[in-house]
Ligand binder design. Structure first.
Ligand code: FES
Length: 78
């Protein structure tokens, strides 16, 4: 299936988490208040380091979100 990440179309496998897609692309999910790149740490919904925006909503924990056809993911937006 296909999703968009920061405006780029990406082919992904059903069942992947959005966090896995973002990591595979080498992107940070977000930036800290001091501007450091942040990404998934726990992978189980506890640390909130994987927050990003999906379909205009967020910040959401991307490790808890499976990919869905046509979803629009935006990183570094929080
Ligand atoms: S990686 Fe920890 S909440 Fe998503």
């Amino acid at each position: 299936m296909k999703i968009r990440v920061n405006g780029q179309e990406v082919e992904v496998q059903a069942g992947m988490s959005v966090a896995a897609v973002v990591m595979n692309l080498g992107l940070a999910a977000r930036r800290s208040v001091t501007g450091e790149p942040r990404g998934p740490v726990c992978g189980m919904g506890v640390c909130f380091e994987c927050r990003l925006w999906v379909d205009g909503e967020g910040p959401l924990r991307s490790c808890q979100m499976p990919v869905r056809e046509g979803m629009e993911v935006v990183t570094d937006a929080v």
